[in-house]
Design a protein around this ligand. Structure first.
Ligand code: COA
Length: 260
């Protein structure tokens, strides 16, 4: 499938999705969000794909935010709709995917860009990356989940400061506060993420999907994460993956999982 604003490549069981508007620092316009939605939907339905890396093209930016030129003249209703549609189509969608998504933050991740990275299951940054939520400097607040996911990752006080100052943090600072898991040299970023993805894809895709669901349940209103964990744990016992994983262990061989 061809997309206007993104590139999708696959190598064995790992897909890489690259946001490809480098002249606009990969700013997220509505068309790009739609491309990403289509691509993530297709990839998540493909049983061969067991991990996804999301990154930006060029050397400067992961994503420098939502495309400001698109919403500068919006009304109250249009603003609400922009946030609601974006969250449904992309940010919540990625967070709730069964397939693990790693954000390879290769430069500026600002506003919607940082929100996109935070919707991924975890983040790795290149040493030149800079992250922030500058929305209040434009007279709005983060609208793609930033006010919720940033405090989850770095704590309320740090999130409040980042949001209120509209400032940027360096990759090292992001690492120190738990916003990214690793910082690596720019030219090693994709290889580093691929190495992590290679470890992930050795494990049961079914169990990984359920683990994502259980971890996410802790952050969902009205959900009891412990109950979700119990249910998901139980379901694993009815799967081929569980049979294969335990049998392979007892037979002292490597498990070959199907995700069923
Ligand atoms: N929306 C739309 N266009 C954007 C954009 C955004 N969020 N971020 C960057 N661009 C565009 C610029 O308008 C410019 O386009 P042009 O060449 O047609 O004028 C191009 O990308 C390059 O950006 P530029 O500002 O010239 O690069 P820089 O190196 O001087 O600055 C940033 C880099 C990231 C500091 C700066 O682009 C910036 O502050 N961007 C907006 C960040 C933001 O507020 N994001 C939150 C949005 S909710």
């Amino acid at each position: 499938m061809n997309y206007e604003n993104i590139l999708v490549t696959t190598q064995e069981n790992i897909a890489t999705v690259t946001i490809n508007r480098p002249t606009k620092l990969n700013a997220l316009n509505v068309a790009t969000i739609s491309d990403l939605n289509k691509a993530f939907k297709l990839l998540s339905k493909n049983n061969e794909i067991r991990a996804i890396i999301l990154t930006g093209s060029g050397e400067k930016a992961f994503v420098a935010g939502a495309d400001i030129s698109e919403f500068a003249n919006f009304s109250i209703e249009q603003g609400s709709q922009l946030a609601a549609e974006g969250q449904e189509k992309l940010f919540d969608f990625i967070e709730n995917l069964k397939t693990p998504v790693i954000a390879a933050v290769n430069g500026f991740a600002l506003g919607g860009g940082l929100e996109l990275a935070m919707a991924c299951h975890f983040r790795v940054a290149s040493a030149n990356a800079k992250m922030g939520l500058p929305e209040v400097s434009l007279g709005v607040i983060p609208g793609y989940g930033g006010t919720q996911r940033l405090p989850q990752l770095v704590g309320k006080g740090r999130a409040m400061e980042m949001i209120m100052t509209a400032g940027m943090v360096s990759a090292d600072e992001a690492h120190r506060i738990g916003l990214v898991n690793h910082v690596v040299p720019e030219n090693e970023l994709i290889e580093f993420c691929t190495n992590i993805a290679n470890k992930i894809i050795k494990n049961s895709p079914y169990a990984i999907g359920k683990a994502i669901k259980a971890v996410n349940a802790n952050f969902k209103e009205g959900k009891n994460g412990y109950e979700t964990e119990i249910k998901s744990f139980g379901k694993c016992f009815g799967t081929e993956d569980f049979k294969e994983g335990t049998t392979a262990f007892l037979e002292k061989r490597k498990a070959v999982f199907t995700g069923k």
